[in-house]
Write a protein that binds this ligand. Structure first.
Ligand code: UD1
Length: 376
């Protein structure tokens, strides 16, 4: 009788492993939550979306908004228009958004303007780098969300410094790590390493997709220069993001990677294969946010090819080295990472596989609090 309709929004690849444990946990309380998965369609390729539904055993989305790619304004606007329509049809009692992609911000704004409460999972992270579209998405989403679920205490500090009242902030840990820990046993039985012709600790993995790295020919060519050199020591497996592939082609850089060096370009991987490769890698090179966190829990040294990170807890844990994207910095970071074996890496507080349980407990209390009406 008291069942509440909850919209859980996923749009792009890094969202799927965050919504999966939340859906699962809400499913334990059918008398409270009627959850609906809304896929905005920001990512739509089989390799960027479908495979994650299979690997993470996600149900088909209740709604698929099909917005696709576009400029930031175009994509954000399309998500808002399509999402407003489903909100008006289904009257959710709460909208949950995760992470920091355009779909996150677009759905948070839309819901808030319809006076629907918003919960943001992975709130409070700050790079303080306003050239990152994600930083804008994070700050806007946090400013308007009713419930802010943080993965680390630095995120609480950031929110408090911005004047957010403490009652809105809930330190719950990292939902992405809930998925990682849940699927690790399955990953251990996979033949991924054999399929890619590598053995444990004898290769590195790399991912790149940020505009700051792939949209600038000079920067991208510099990174390729360092990794082709390094790949003589340790082969590198590089699952290439569609944006990076497009730019490699446009800048005619694919030829540099085609000369029998140890860099192997592969298609984007599903969740389980990627986890299998990262778990056994000697080193991870990345500009992704999520991968810095996964590396920390897997105990694999990580080099971040950016000038900053919104996830300083991964540095404090002894895992992550923010190296920038210039060759000299990357070379130095690789040298020092190869002298470490990962044994000194610590798991951050509450990254224990139970973040989604904590979130769902807070949501139950929020939805069932005296005076919280079921919407018509
Ligand atoms: C988005 C997120 C970023 C996240 C990343 C993970 C924003 C602002 N950025 O960046 O935070 O880390 O996802 O991948 O929301 N494309 C395809 N197929 C797809 C999706 C995209 O080919 O399924 C291509 C299109 O050419 C598109 C480009 O990739 O123009 C970029 O996609 P987009 O979603 O705009 O941003 P990402 O770079 O993927």
């Amino acid at each position: 009788m008291n069942t509440r309709t909850i919209f859980l929004v996923a749009g792009a690849r890094p969202n799927f492993m965050k919504v999966a444990p939340l859906l699962h946990q809400m499913g334990r309380y059918p008398e409270v939550f009627r959850s609906k998965l809304i896929h905005t369609g920001q990512h739509y390729d089989a390799g960027m979306s479908d495979v994650f539904f299979e690997d993470l055993e996600l149900p088909q989305p209740d709604r698929f908004l099909g917005v696709g790619s576009g400029s930031h304004a175009e994509q954000t606007g399309k998500v808002m228009m399509a999402f407003e329509k489903v909100c008006l049809e289904d009257h959710p009692d709460l909208v949950i958004v995760v992470g920091d992609v355009n779909s996150t911000m677009a759905c948070a704004i839309t819901a808030k303007k319809l006076c629907i409460p918003v919960a943001h999972v992975e709130a409070g992270l700050r790079s303080r780098d306003w050239t990152m579209p994600e930083e804008v998405n994070r700050v806007v989403t946090d400013a308007i969300s009713d419930l802010l679920f943080t993965p680390s205490l630095d995120a609480n500090d950031n929110l408090l410094r911005e004047g957010v009242s403490p009652e809105r902030i809930h330190f719950v840990g990292n939902v992405m790590i809930d998925s990682l820990l849940a699927y690790l046993p399955k990953v251990q039985r996979r033949d991924t390493l054999q399929r890619f012709g590598v053995t444990r600790h004898n290769y590195a993995t790399m991912t790149l997709h940020r505009p700051s790295n792939v949209d600038d020919r000079r920067v991208l060519a510099g990174i390729i220069d360092v990794i082709t050199e390094f790949s003589q020591t340790l082969p590198i497996l590089w699952p290439v993001h569609p944006r990076a592939r497009k730019m490699l082609e446009q800048f005619k850089l694919l030829g540099l990677l085609d000369h029998g060096n140890g860099v192997k370009l592969i298609d984007p991987l599903g969740y389980l294969d990627m986890l299998a490769l990262n778990r056994s890698a000697r080193l991870i090179l990345t500009d992704s946010g999520g991968l810095q966190e996964e590396a920390t829990v897997l105990g694999v040294p990580c080099i971040t090819l950016r000038e900053n990170t919104e996830r300083p807890v991964t540095i404090e844990a002894g895992c992550n080295h923010v190296a920038g994207n210039e060759p000299a910095g990357i070379r130095g970071a690789i040298d020092s990472a190869l002298n470490r074996n990962g044994a000194e890496i610590r798991t951050p507080e509450l990254w224990d596989g139970r973040a989604s349980q904590r979130i769902v407990e807070v949501l139950r209390q929020f939805l069932l609090r005296p005076g919280a009406e079921v919407r018509a």
